[in-house]
Design a protein around this ligand. Structure first.
Ligand SMILES: CC(C)(COP(=O)(O)OP(=O)(O)OC[C@H]1O[C@@H](n2cnc3c(N)ncnc32)[C@H](O)[C@@H]1OP(=O)(O)O)[C@@H](O)C(=O)NCCC(=O)NCCS
Length: 181
């Protein structure tokens, strides 16, 4: 899987410790997000997130990515491949630069990401948003995610689980059914 194919609009690359200051600059402007999902971002927290893995996953399953418009970082994505099952990818974090928000940037990236994952044979994408964060909730619902019904209680907030299936067109269904026959 070639991460540079994720976007036709932006350059995509893995972020590392040398990018932390730029990531902090992007994140720290998204104050609404951290009001719902405390604590407020710190450079230390970004380092930790870069290395954080869910149970059973390894470094090779994690993509901590930056989307660049020229030299400008416009979005950060934390993606785990094959979690919670082989055919599912998990978005742990997605954030866009405030100066480009509400212009379709986030939706465009997520749409292309879903196409890329579908080409790599994943069948669904999962994620969670903090209950009460209308910005995140409306964004994910607008982008075709549906609530799974699961709610996870964290110390100071609740997480609403959601998913988007990647097999959607009639052609895909027909192809799948033909393969089953
Ligand atoms: C959510 C986020 C990624 C959207 O990025 P974007 O580049 O603005 O994406 P788009 O322009 O494609 O989508 C904008 C949509 O977000 C939602 N949205 C944005 N601001 C909102 C607000 N204040 N209240 C409610 N919904 C809001 C709306 O659905 C809006 O589309 P609509 O007005 O047509 O309904 C961005 O606002 C962000 O980074 N927020 C902070 C981090 C976050 O919440 N990430 C998601 C949870 S991990």
């Amino acid at each position: 899987m070639d991460i540079t194919d994720i976007s036709t609009r932006y350059s995509v690359r893995r972020l590392d410790k040398s990018d932390v200051a730029d990531i902090y600059a992007l994140c720290s402007k998204n104050t609404l997000y951290y009001r719902h999902c405390p604590p407020f971002v710190t450079e230390r927290g970004i380092y930790d997130d870069m290395e954080a893995l869910p149970p059973g996953k390894e470094v090779c399953d994690k993509l901590y990515l930056g989307f660049y418009d020229g030299a400008d970082l416009v979005a950060v994505l934390d993606l785990i491949l094959g979690f919670p099952n082989d055919k599912t990818a998990y978005i742990g974090f997605f954030m866009t630069e405030t100066s480009v928000q509400n212009a379709g940037v986030g939706s465009g990236i997520i749409d292309e990401l879903c196409l890329w994952l579908k080409r790599a044979d994943f069948s669904s994408v999962r994620l969670g948003w903090v209950s009460g964060n209308a910005q995140a909730e409306r964004f994910w619902l607008k982008n075709g995610f549906i609530e799974t019904g699961e709610i996870y209680d964290k110390e100071s907030f609740r997480v609403v689980a959601a998913m988007r299936g990647l097999i959607s067109s009639e052609t895909d269904f027909n192809m799948q059914n033909a393969q089953k026959r």
